[in-house]
Design a protein around this ligand. Sequence first.
Ligand SMILES: Cc1cc2nc3c(=O)[nH]c(=O)nc-3n(C[C@H](O)[C@H](O)[C@H](O)COP(=O)(O)OP(=O)(O)OC[C@H]3O[C@@H](n4cnc5c(N)ncnc54)[C@H](O)[C@@H]3O)c2cc1C
Length: 380
Amino acid sequence: MRETTRVAIIGAGPAGLTLALLLRRNGIDCVVLERRARSYVEQRQRAGVLDHHATRIFDQAGLADEILTGAPAETLLELRYDGSPHFLDVPSLAGGRPSRSLPQQLLVRRLLAAVGDVRFEAREVALHDLTSSRPRVTYTDADGGSHEIACSYIAGCDGFHGVSRRSIPSAAVTTYEFDHGIGWLTLLADAPPPRYPLMAISSHGYAAQFARGPAASRFYLQFFADDPLAWPSSYVWDQLRLRLGDPSLPTGTITDREVVEMRSFVTEPMAYGRLHLAGDAAHIITPMGAKGMNLALSDAATLAAALIDGSPGALEAYSSSCLARTWDAQEFSRWFTEMVHDAGIADPFRRKLARARFERLFRSPPAAAAFADLMSGTDY
Ligand SMILES: Cc1cc2nc3c(=O)[nH]c(=O)nc-3n(C[C@H](O)[C@H](O)[C@H](O)COP(=O)(O)OP(=O)(O)OC[C@H]3O[C@@H](n4cnc5c(N)ncnc54)[C@H](O)[C@@H]3O)c2cc1C
């Protein structure tokens, strides 16, 4: 089957769906192709916080009621050092710019409901003629039918392992990769969430606990040498109590365990011919600072604005403006990573530096304000 559309969007994650929604609400025709089944996409649990910059995307598009309803504004952030609590009022420090709690799977479900037509279980997606004025996408549907979509632009929103970035000749892009040398075990558990997002710094290693709805928590535990997926639950809870400095931490059934390797990746430029990459397809970032999903949403909004504008200049500026935001977030994430992890390493000099970074946040109002500004999302 052959058809035409203005924009073919590959991937129905936060980036692809936000782009589709913004385009359709502005009268621009698009087709969204997603490799997975709808049920899988709707249940995939990952991020939990929309930073203030990302919430403004939906506010400014008049979509707050559809997308943000019931998402509570974040208030304090707790940084616990060797069991001793310290609080930062991030929204106030950022000039009254609160982030909001919204689990990624709930955001995706709301976006799907608002977007409408998405083609799930699209297999063998392939991108063609990217440097021509009429690129094409071919795919096979769940029943084995072959499809071809001719379009004006392709948006590669298919995550780090997707097909879009791999469709660009390697000579046309530069990639930057960095392994932070840190591994986390991340758990979802039916355990009561903390009152405030909680990050705990200790010589035993980093740990964190964040709300994932009213009765569930996501935990993070830095691991060193051994295989954390083999840790018995009793050891996991012991480590969490130790590092969080909370002997009475309520436990619950662990519903999911994953290992997160702390790595960063950036592709430059984020465009090739008529293909524009957005979100994890173009860059990945460590979870420190919670920027992955937020960068994906910001890319989508920037690309939507350029496509709605329609001028060659707007599309040409897309890559550089997203990359400026991406590198700013990468630097923040690396800075934050060192601050919360270096307390648990052998090198005494780096331990002292990490402590100095931490203390500066509570001693210097400008330093706290700069931190809060980055947490809330930079408005560019
Ligand atoms: C365990 C975990 C915890 C995280 N925690 C946070 C956090 O706290 N804060 C934060 O901001 N970020 C977090 N992230 C990162 C965040 O989830 C991602 O940055 C975000 O999902 C990126 O959105 P995206 O739309 O770019 O890509 P994705 O969400 O990866 O969506 C890409 C979509 O493309 C589809 N796809 C892939 N290949 C193809 C193909 N060939 N054809 C068609 N479709 C395809 C995929 O199935 C997927 O649905 C976390 C990630 C993980 C794994």
